[in-house]
Design a protein around this ligand. Structure first.
Ligand SMILES: Cc1ncc(COP(=O)(O)O)c(C=O)c1O
Length: 375
C-alpha cells in the first residue's frame, strides 16, 4: 500500500517557516543551546566538551537510556530504545507489531500517523471518535464494543493532541483490563506528559501500568527541544523491544551524537525545564480563558486539561479553512484547521505553549473583530 500524505506535517512544511505568527504550535517554548548549556551538570558538560562525532550505540547512549528510565517506576535502561524523534518510534512500532489482518483500535481525531500507519501495515482499523458533546472524553464502552478476538493493539494518546483532553485514571485501568483479556498491546503516545493542568491527574505511564504497554515519549514537546530529534520507547515487552531495535537499523541506525549528550543534559535538569514549560502553558491558558470569554459569540471550546493546545470552534458562518487561509494571508497568523485532523465541523487547533502566544492572540482577536464587523 502506498503511504498516504501526512496531512499535518505537510501543513507545517508549507507554513512553518514562512508564516511569522504561529498560533498552533504543539511544542513548548524552545530552549536555545546556550540556555541548555547553562543548566548542564559538570558530568554532562564534560561529555559535551569531549564529544566525538562518530556513530553512536544503536539503542541510544547508555547514560541517556538511564536518565530516561528514571522517568518511569518499573522501567530499566535496558527497557528503553531511543529514536529520531517520536515519529520514528511510531513508524518502527507499527511496522514491527502489525501484520495484515491484525485488528487495531484507534482514537480520532489524533496525530495522523497514529491512524494512517496501522492501515499502511495492513491492519483492520476500528476508529473511536471523540466528540465535543462528550467534552472530548473517550467512551470506554465504545472501545469495549470495538474489541475483537484478533485485536492486537489499542492506540492511545494522552495528554491528547489536538484536544488537550486527559483520560481518567479509572478509564485507563478499564482499558488495560480489556487489553489484558484480549492479549492486546497498548501503545500510548505520551509526548505531552508532565503538562497536565492539574498534576494530580497525571496518568501513570503505560509502560509502568501495563506489562504489554508501550510508552512513547520525546524531548520535542514538554521539554521544548524539538531540534534534538531524540524520542524513545519504553516497554517491559522484551521481544518487541528487540525487534523494534532491529527495525531501527533500517531507518536511522543510531542517534545524532550531539543530540544524545544534550538530551542527557536536559533530562538531568528536567525539573527546571518542565517547570518553565508548565509556567508558560498555565500563564497562557489564563489569557486564553479571558479571550474565550470576550469572544463568546465568535468562539467556543472545551477547556483543555493538559498539554500545549486546545480545539476551538469558530462560531461565525465562515468555513474554517476559508477563515484560516484569510487569516494567514492577511495577518501572517497560522492556526490549524480541523481538516488537517479530518475533524468535521468548524474547529481549529490553537497552541499555548509559546512565550509569544499572548502577542499573537492580541493580533488574532483584532482580526476576528474586523471579520465580524465586515459580515
Ligand atoms: C501526539 C504526537 N505524537 C508524535 C509527534 C511527533 O513528534 P516528533 O516531532 O518528536 O517526531 C507529535 C508531533 O506533533 C505529536 O503531536
Amino acid at each position: 500500500m502506498k503511504i498516504p500524505a501526512f496531512k499535518l506535517e505537510e501543513f507545517w512544511k508549507k507554513y512553518e517557516f514562512i508564516a511569522p505568527y504561529l498560533l498552533c504550535c504543539s511544542d513548548a517554548e524552545t530552549w536555545t543551546l546556550q540556555e541548555l548549556l547553562k543548566l548542564a551538570d559538570p558530568d554532562s558538560k564534560k561529555l559535551w566538551n569531549s564529544l566525538a562525532l562518530g556513530y553512536t550505540e544503536s539503542p541510544g547512549h547508555p547514560l541517556l537510556r538511564e536518565e530516561i528510565a528514571q522517568l518511569y517506576t518499573s522501567v530499566k535502561a535496558d527497557d528503553v530504545i531511543t529514536f529520531a524523534g517520536a515519529e520514528e518510534g511510531i513508524y518502527c512500532t507499527m511496522r514491527v507489531l502489525l501484520e495484515p489482518g491484525d485488528h487495531v483500535i484507534v482514537i480520532a481525531p489524533c496525530y495522523p500517523s497514529l491512524a494512517t500507519l496501522p492501515e499502511v501495515c495492513g491492519g483492520e482499523v476500528s476508529t473511536i471518535q471523540l466528540k465535543p458533546e462528550n467534552q472530548w472524553h473517550l467512551d470506554v464502552d465504545a472501545v469495549k464494543t470495538a474489541f475483537r478476538s484478533n485485536t492486537k493493539l489499542l492506540i492511545l494518546n494522552y495528554p491528547h493532541n489536538p484536544t488537550g483532553a486527559l483520560l481518567e485514571k479509572r478509564a485507563l485501568e478499564q482499558l488495560i483490563e480489556l487489553a489484558r483479556n484480549h492479549g492486546a498491546y497498548i501503545f500510548c503516545d505520551e509526548v505531552y506528559r508532565y503538562l497536565e493542568v492539574d498534576a494530580a491527574k497525571r496518568l501513570p505511564s503505560i509502560a509502568d501500568a501495563y506489562e504489554r504497554g508501550i510508552a512513547l515519549n520525546v524531548m520535542t514537546k514538554s521539554f521544548g527541544l524539538a531540534g534534538l530529534r531524540i524520542g524513545w520507547i519504553a516497554t517491559r515487552e522484551a521481544n518487541f523491544l528487540q525487534e523494534v531495535g532491529s527495525y531501527k537499523l533500517y531507518t536511522s541506525i543510531c542517534n545524532s551524537a550531539p543530540s544524545e549528550i544534550l538530551a542527557i543534559m536536559a533530562l538531568r535538569a528536567k525539573e527546571q525545564i518542565l517547570q518553565r514549560s508548565r509556567d508558560i502553558c498555565l500563564h497562557n491558558l489564563k489569557i486564553l480563558d479571558a479571550c474565550m470569554t470576550r469572544h463568546q459569540k465568535r468562539l467556543s471550546w472545551i477547556r483543555p486539561q493538559s498539554g500545549t493546545m486546545a480545539v476551538v470552534k469558530l462560531e461565525l458562518p465562515i468555513p474554517i479553512d476559508t477563515f484560516a487561509k484569510g487569516l494567514v494571508r492577511t495577518t501572517g497568523i497560522l492556526i490549524m484547521p480541523g481538516s488537517v485532523f479530518d475533524l468535521p465541523g468548524n474547529y481549529f487547533r490553537i497552541g499555548f505553549g509559546k512565550k509569544n502566544m499572548p502577542d499573537i492572540l492580541e493580533k488574532f482577536e483584532a482580526y476576528l473583530q474586523q471579520v465580524t464587523y465586515l459580515m
